[in-house]
Design a protein around this ligand. Structure first.
Ligand SMILES: Cc1cc2nc3c(=O)[nH]c(=O)nc-3n(C[C@H](O)[C@H](O)[C@H](O)COP(=O)(O)OP(=O)(O)OC[C@H]3O[C@@H](n4cnc5c(N)ncnc54)[C@H](O)[C@@H]3O)c2cc1C
Length: 383
């Protein structure tokens, strides 16, 4: 795809940093589960945290295409680090969509500069795919609200300073949903232990408990009852970002496997020379390129403020993450026994790929969204 000079420059910057500063620590981050603060500092120093955030709120002011390019490059080196970046985008998005000027200046600026991390608390024990089933409550009290409930699987929780919490202000399934800003250190806000995960092991995933957490009225984001609508708009913007993460993981595994099959010999030849291996590599290359086009297309639609982006964001996320799972599994296969050994990075990449099919809406949910648009006979721009 054609990239502008600015997009190309940002990609090169991200690629250089990812290869030189981030990739060398990826194995360590995976093995120890240490939160990759050093990588985060490097990305923040180079202005890569707020790529898609306007300059007046501390960002770089670049477009969404530039943002997905950065995520792709970082994910190819270390998926755990890319999750910190993509979650920051998830935390910033509700502010850019629904916050007032004062909230944007106060909260987006430090997030966009990477000075602090943010988290978005949506999921609950009884509300995963069905967000409208959430039970966390926010009740009016003393010129503010009191929040009670429990959020699970919250990325960056414990490490983040700023939390956007989705809570119920009335019983209406969608119009009773509101968003609240809760700062770390607020009395009654507690974190669970770090979850022991299959992949993205450096990323911190914890429960967030809210026990009589009082926040002032100013911490209501986007007005009472508007939370569900904002949430859906947020997902339209963040699903291509998860698609880019999946694309990066697939690219990282493919590049490693390609190099390997060109060097490894069996039956007196490079394994690259076997046609069955070539067919696998060609399929992998095609699927990666198709994912890339879908991710960039959704990003371009966001840049154009195209209101029909929802099914394309779902396609980008769903196809790229299915591709990441397939390509990383095939990369392990192409390395034979070595692929199954932790010394080689494709094993880590295969574990890291799996989450991209699950979070930000599972891939079944993405297929439901695409089908809903087909049912409504909305004109999909399929060319
Ligand atoms: C590492 C990690 C990080 C995460 N980070 C965050 C975060 O930062 N913030 C946050 O709020 N959440 C986060 N999540 C939660 C994540 O978004 C949810 O786990 C996900 O949306 C699925 O919800 P669930 O786990 O409750 O699964 P369920 O909704 O219980 O789904 C279980 C299975 O049923 C299928 N299913 C459910 N409904 C349907 C349907 N209608 N049709 C077909 N199939 C269906 C699903 O696709 C899935 O296969 C994270 C999760 C993980 C594991």
């Amino acid at each position: 795809m054609y990239l502008t000079d600015e997009q190309d420059m940002i990609r090169k910057l991200a690629r250089d940093i990812a290869k030189e500063k981030i990739a060398p620590h990826a194995k360590h981050v995976d093995e120890t589960g240490e939160f990759p603060w050093e990588n985060i500092k490097v990305l923040a120093k180079n202005g890569l945290f707020g790529i898609h955030v306007p300059e007046e709120y501390g960002g770089t002011g670049a477009d969404m295409v530039s943002h997905v390019l950065v995520i792709e490059e970082v994910a190819a080196a270390c998926a755990s680090t890319s999750v910190a970046l993509s979650t920051q985008a998830l935390a910033i998005a509700p502010f850019l969509i629904g916050a007032n000027e004062e909230q944007k200046v106060r909260y987006v600026t430090p997030l966009a500069r990477g000075e602090v991390l943010g988290s978005f608390g949506i999921t609950e024990p009884g509300a995963g795919s069905d967000v409208s089933g959430l039970r966390t409550t926010a009740c009016r009290d003393r010129a503010g609200y009191v929040l009670n409930g429990r959020k699970i699987f919250i990325t960056n929780a414990g490490e983040s300073e700023i939390y956007v919490i989705v809570a119920r202000t009335s019983e209406h399934r969608t119009r009773g949903v509101s968003l609240f800003i809760v700062e770390k250190g607020t009395p009654g806000l507690f974190f669970g232990k770090k979850e022991d995960k299959m992949g993205i092991r450096g990323s911190a995933t914890r429960e967030v408990m809210l026990e009589d957490v009082w926040v002032p009225e100013e911490n209501l984001l986007g007005g009472e009852g508007n939370g569900f609508k904002i949430l859906m708009e947020v997902f339209n913007e963040t699903r291509p970002v998860v698609g880019a993460q999946a694309l990066g993981i697939a690219k990282g595994a493919f590049e490693y496997a390609l190099q390997y099959v060109k060097e490894r010999k069996q039956f007196g030849k490079r394994i690259f020379d076997f046609q069955m291996v070539q067919a696998m590599l060609s399929d992998m290359a095609m699927q990666i390129e198709a994912s890339r086009l879908l991710v960039y297309k959704a990003a371009q639609m966001i840049d154009r403020n195209d209101k029909e982006v929802a099914p394309y964001s779902s396609m980008a996320k769903c196809y790229a993450s299915d591709t990441a799972m397939k390509v990383t599994t095939d990369a392990v296969q192409l390395l034979g026994g070595y692929g199954y050994i932790k010394e080689y990075p494709v094993e880590r990449m295969m574990r890291d790929a799996k989450i991209t099919q699950i979070y930000e809406g599972t891939n079944q949910i993405q297929r439901l969204i695409i089908a809903k648009h087909l049912l409504e006979d909305k004109k999909l721009q399929l060319s």
